[in-house]
Write a protein that binds this ligand. Structure first.
Ligand code: ATP
Length: 288
């Protein structure tokens, strides 16, 4: 049985509501999943020819294997046209916007908590290392665009890592080439920029940039540079500066994530430990 089949839900159980935003493949709506009476986000696919449909559904296919308190939860898929991917709705939207809006109320402890939650989600993915896909085991190098635009806020003390759509960059050469202009250069590790190498170590680099965004309250990294200038800067040793709100110990953790050589960077498991430790110094809430 194809893995997607298991996730099939009936359109009769889904109420399509207002538009939440624009996704890569089409509009994203809010709605209700009647079977569980929960609020959902519904991803739609605008020009869903067979090839596009497969790409669109690959995100859901990846997500259905994942079960973590800080990863966006897939409810199910409606596979007949119009194809929909139904996910749990996170009321507060994207973390990037939330940080800008709540700038004056967020404490260092809460910011560390968000970083820890995302780090745990990534450590979980690091541990999985493989996914089952269309009956085939493929090597799984995260495929996540780790940035505040892809983190959703479920509640003021809970964030969720989302958007597994980046898989398109890695496992389909053709699609990848078409998407080069959409590459998040300012978040990427040097080896990803230079050689399109995406590994768990390049994810650690991106996570460092994401933590920088969190402590900069949603500012864009390297706003002062053109995409084309980034690699020269990185190669001459320049790194993102310490955000004002970032504790110095945490900043040294970030610089370790930005080691030029991938094998020198810490693992997500190690990063979870460092973040727990920095959290205790700031009385961060909810330390499990
Ligand atoms: P891209 O690949 O360009 O990131 P996408 O197809 O992955 O696009 P998203 O960015 O995930 O689409 O979604 C588009 C919009 O819908 C965003 O503004 C996002 O905040 C919102 N959204 C997506 N999923 C959810 C959700 N589960 N809860 C709340 N809002 C969501």
């Amino acid at each position: 049985e194809s893995p997607i089949k298991k996730q099939r839900i009936s359109r009769a159980n889904v109420i399509l509501g207002q538009i939440l935003g624009e996704g890569f493949f089409g509009e994203v709506h809010e709605g209700v999943y009647k079977s569980d009476t929960i609020q959902v986000a519904i991803k739609t696919c605008k020009d869903c020819s067979a090839g596009v449909k497969e790409k669109f559904l690959s995100e859901a296919d990846l997500m259905k294997n994942l079960d973590h308190p800080h990863i966006v939860r897939l409810i199910g898929v409606i596979h007949v046209d119009p194809v929909w991917i139904v996910m749990e709705l996170y009321q507060h939207g994207e973390l990037g916007n939330y940080l800008k809006e709540q700038k004056s109320t967020l404490t260092t402890a809460t910011l560390i908590l968000y970083c820890l939650q995302i780090c745990k989600a990534l450590s979980y993915l690091e541990g999985l290392n493989m996914v089952h896909r269309y009956g085939q085991i493929i090597f799984f190098s995260l495929h996540v665009d780790i940035a505040v635009r892809n983190i959703l806020v479920a509640s003021p003390d809970c964030v969720k890592l989302g958007d597994f759509g980046l898989s398109r960059y890695i496992d389909d050469q053709e699609y990848y080439k078409a998407s080069v202009s959409r590459m998040p250069i300012k978040w990427m590790a040097p080896e990803s920029i230079n050689f399109r190498r995406f590994t768990i170590a390049s994810d650690v680099w991106m996570f460092g940039v994401c933590v920088w965004e969190i402590f900069s309250m949603g500012q864009q990294p390297f706003l002062w540079l053109e995409n084309g200038q980034v690699i020269t800067q990185l190669e001459s040793g320049v790194r993102l500066p310490k955000p004002l709100l970032c504790p110095p110990t945490l900043y040294s953790m970030l610089t370790s994530c930005w080691a030029y050589e991938p094998y020198i960077r810490p693992s997500f498991r190690q990063l979870v430990c460092s973040l727990r430790y920095s959290g205790t110094a700031w009385d961060a809430p909810l330390w499990e």
